[in-house]
Design a protein around this ligand. Structure first.
Ligand code: CP
Length: 329
């Protein structure tokens, strides 16, 4: 059966090590010698977009081109010129796409859509972000931390701000897999009617449970605090993500109120003083200066956001090669 990467729950420690090893070789070859081995000649990647993307789309599509393969792009928006319509049963879509392509990468709103695609596809399906998971982002983040710090085990990651859904949830499992402590600093959602109405909340129990299982093996821990200083204290990595999904009308309409609620968790130079002196700032992008962090932090010397974004290309090339390698004759 083809390997599915629907969330970090489906990625083992051995998978992570294998992806990192291949990504490192491909990155070294590309950056030192400009060498682009055509390991995936004649293979076809289909990318499917229910939501917009810059980094995920460019990294997968450029990555496949660099590996000698082809890609095709199916967008579900705008409706008048959509290539794919999600009202069609995803099982039918998965069967058709996997009969013609070697790999499917999909960005969707609802995690169930990924499960539906993966359940009926005969080729690997990669989640390019759903409401619950963003595994390729987390694999890249861990790789970037490993490159920068030379290790993963024993480091402390402080995740500030919005703790609902995809990036944080997959970080819980990713950090636990590799032995990093993760602290979420976020508001008390139970005390806020607006956040409850917008379905902001704490991480899903399935990801927390899987994180706890892996943390027992790696010796790490995941904790939550409403105190931003306690969260960031002694951190090696300070991570944040956008507070508002701007393509969701209900969140866009409440942007001013959301901003006010999350403001204590904004990563500022003042807050960064509580992290380790050599701490790095990370953000998966897109970022909104003045919201989840101040401009002096994201544009300052501790920020590694562009290395992090560039690594999407190298890590995803490693993942694609590893997923498709057994298919080569
Ligand atoms: N971080 C990330 O997934 O970026 P895009 O939304 O631009 O793909």
């Amino acid at each position: 059966m083809a390997k599915m990467i629907d969330s970090m729950i489906s990625v083992t420690v051995a998978d992570i090590e294998k992806y990192f090893e291949t990504a490192t070789v491909l990155k070294d070859w590309l950056l030192k010698d400009g060498y682009r081995p055509t390991l995936l000649t004649n293979q076809v990647l289909c990318t499917v977009w229910e939501r917009p993307s810059l980094r995920t789309r460019v990294s997968f599509e450029a990555g496949m081109a660099q590996l000698g393969g082809q890609f095709l792009t199916l967008k579900a928006f705008p409706p008048a010129s959509a290539d794919i319509i999600f009202k069609e049963d995803v099982r039918d879509q998965a069967s058709v796409l996997s009969s013609m392509c070697d790999l499917i990468m999909a960005r969707v709103y609802t995690h169930g859509t990924i499960a539906g695609l993966a359940g009926s596809s005969t080729v690997p399906v990669i989640n390019g972000m759903s409401d619950m998971a963003h595994p390729v982002q987390i694999l890249t983040d861990l790789y970037t931390i490993w490159e920068k710090k030379g290790t993963l085990k024993g480091l402390k990651v402080a995740y500030l701000g919005e703790g609902t859904g995809n990036t944080l949830q997959d970080h819980i499992v990713g950090c636990a897999s590799m032995g990093l402590d993760l602290v979420l600093g976020c508001p008390d959602y139970s005390k806020n009617e607006l956040l409850q109405k917008l379905e902001f909340g704490l991480p899903d129990a399935e990801w927390v449970k899987e994180g706890e299982k892996r943390a027992k093996i790696s010796g790490s821990k995941f904790t939550i605090t409403n105190d931003p200083i306690e969260a960031i204290k002694g951190a090696d990595i300070v991570y944040t993500d956008s507070w508002i999904a701007w393509d969701k009308p209900e969140e866009k309409a409440a942007a001013a109120e959301i901003k006010a609620i999350f403001d204590p968790y904004k990563v500022s130079a003042e807050l960064m003083k509580h992290a380790k002196a050599d701490a790095n700032f990370m953000h998966c992008l897109p970022a909104y200066r003045g919201y989840e962090m101040t401009a002096d932090v994201i544009d300052g010397p501790q920020s590694i956001i562009y290395a992090q974004a560039e690594n999407r290309l190298h890590v995803e090339k490693g993942i694609m090669v590893e997923l498709l390698k057994p298919l080569k004759g």
